[in-house]
Design a binder for this molecule. Structure first.
Ligand code: ZN
Length: 153
């Protein structure tokens, strides 16, 4: 019984966690729907691959905020294959907070270590239109274990 109680406590750490505003100009974390370049939901098709994150609308140059108190875990490179034409948006940041480990793609981080309080600035949305003209510019939210982040929005 004691083991059961401890297990339940661990399982419930992330229960009810919701992302606060991620991007200036999008106070309700509106998701990318369908646009000429694809769809923003988790599991969407991507040229024979599967979209492993959730896209939140964010205009180029917008300020990106910490969705809750977070610890910065270093910057990341979005595209393994270094394609020069995508260099302008090939950056993001690793984060932890509220028991979650996740990544934000297409963000130029202000800093890559330390802590940031909910609602404080963590960086700037990179110029996605310069790489994908006509797309709905967005921050890509991806859990470290690649599970579906939708329930946190
Ligand atoms: Zn995405």
């Amino acid at each position: 019984m004691r083991r059961f109680v401890v297990l339940m406590a661990l399982l419930c750490v992330c229960d009810g966690v919701q992302f606060g505003q991620l991007c200036s100009g999008n106070p309700t974390n509106t998701r990318r729907g369908s646009d000429p370049k694809g769809q923003g939901h988790y599991g969407a098709r991507r040229n024979g691959r599967t979209h492993q994150g959730l896209d939140i609308v964010c205009s180029d140059g917008s300020v990106v905020y910490a969705p809750f108190d977070v610890t910065l875990q270093g910057s990341l490179i979005v595209y393994n294959d270094p394609q020069q034409e995508k260099a302008a948006i090939n950056k993001g940041i690793n984060l932890r907070g509220e028991g979650l480990c996740f990544k934000l793609f297409y963000v130029q981080p202000d800093q890559t270590s330390g802590t940031v309080r909910k609602g404080q600035r963590i960086g700037v949305m990179l110029p996605m239109q310069s790489v994908y003209p006509g797309i709905t510019s967005h921050v890509h939210v991806q859990m470290c274990d690649r599970t579906d982040p939708t329930k946190y929005f």
